[in-house]
Ligand binder design. Structure first.
Ligand SMILES: Nc1ncnc2c1ncn2[C@@H]1O[C@H](COP(=O)(O)OP(=O)(O)OP(=O)(O)O)[C@@H](O)[C@H]1O
Ligand SMILES: [Mg+2]
Length: 274
């Protein structure tokens, strides 16, 4: 991970987001509620969420199982409707967008690491990782090449041909992380990205995610139960029973030094911002 690749060719496509207009706020939720089902089987997963995620920030979301973390980040990523309140994702309210506009916003600007990885079983690691680029019209050869470069950054350079079934859980998780980053999205949402990783590999993945968040134009929201990675957060939001109960400053201290250090962070950010 610390060995940087040469800067690859730029891959550009229309992202349709005016980052200057965001004024430092990537996501804003006010009074957001969500209930699954109806009648006696209704489950109120979110009971009024107020949350802002700033650009250039890595925000962690913690809380007990069932408290609504996955529900909240699915809404933030524009893949789940909310009921009441207001939500702005990269300056736009998913509720006020057509399905086509929302698909386009998500496809170009959001990276999602699902709790269950959600890899396509018949595609190899490089093809799975390249999906967001292909959906944005990047030619196949270029997309797969970039995906292979990114797989190298998570320690999977030699496994790009493997199908998901031929990979360990931790390796599949890293493919899922590669897929979330490969198209250089503005908003990256990860559900337990280090759950299947050992301490060292988890640390390397977090360094990569941390480097991405150093870019002022991006924001990361990471759900985690893993106290080993709390040190990578700018802020930590605690959830309980469908509410945010507190938000604390994280322990991450090297933002200013990492930004100008010219080391790993700069290089990775340089890659991702091309
Ligand atoms: N599709 C669904 N249909 C019905 N209920 C659901 C659905 N998805 C989640 N829930 C319920 O909503 C609540 C919040 O679920 P959610 O998955 O957001 O929790 P979580 O904090 O991510 O939990 P975990 O840490 O176990 O992943 C839970 O009570 C869950 O059972
Ligand atoms: Mg969950």
């Amino acid at each position: 991970m610390t060995t940087l690749l040469a800067q690859p060719d730029a891959i550009t496509f229309d992202r349709r987001v005016d980052t200057a207009a965001l004024r430092g706020i990537a996501v804003r939720c006010v009074g957001v509620t969500k209930t699954y089902g109806s009648g006696q089987s209704a489950v109120m997963a979110l009971r009024g969420i107020d949350l802002e995620v700033k650009t250039g920030e890595l925000l962690m979301l913690v809380g007990p199982s069932g408290c609504g973390k996955t529900t909240l980040i699915s809404i933030i990523a524009g893949i789940l409707d909310y009921d009441q309140g207001e939500c702005a994702v990269l300056g736009q309210d998913p509720k006020r967008m057509s399905a086509r506009e929302l698909t386009r916003l998500r496809g170009a600007n959001v990276g999602f690491v699902f709790q269950a990885y959600n890899l396509i079983p018949t595609l190899n690691a490089a093809e799975n990782s390249a999906i967001p680029l292909l959906l944005n019209g990047v030619p196949r050869a270029k997309a797969v090449k970039r995906a292979r470069e990114m797989l190298g950054r998570v320690g999977l350079a030699d496994r790009w041909k493997s199908l998901p079934a031929q990979l360990s859980g931790g390796q599949q998780q890293r493919v899922a992380i590669t897929r979330a980053l490969v198209h250089e999205p503005r908003l990256i949402v990860c559900d337990e990205p280090t759950a299947a990783l050992d301490h060292e590999t988890g640390g390397r993945v977090m360094e990569l995610l941390r480097a991405v968040a150093l870019d002022e134009g991006r924001a990361l929201v990471i759900v985690t139960h893993d106290p080993r990675i709390f040190g990578f957060a700018d802020r930590i939001a605690k959830m309980d029973d469908g509410r945010i109960t507190s938000i604390n400053e994280g322990r991450h201290e090297d933002r200013s030094t990492a930004r100008g250090a010219g080391g790993t962070s700069d290089g990775l950010t340089g890659l991702l911002s091309k």
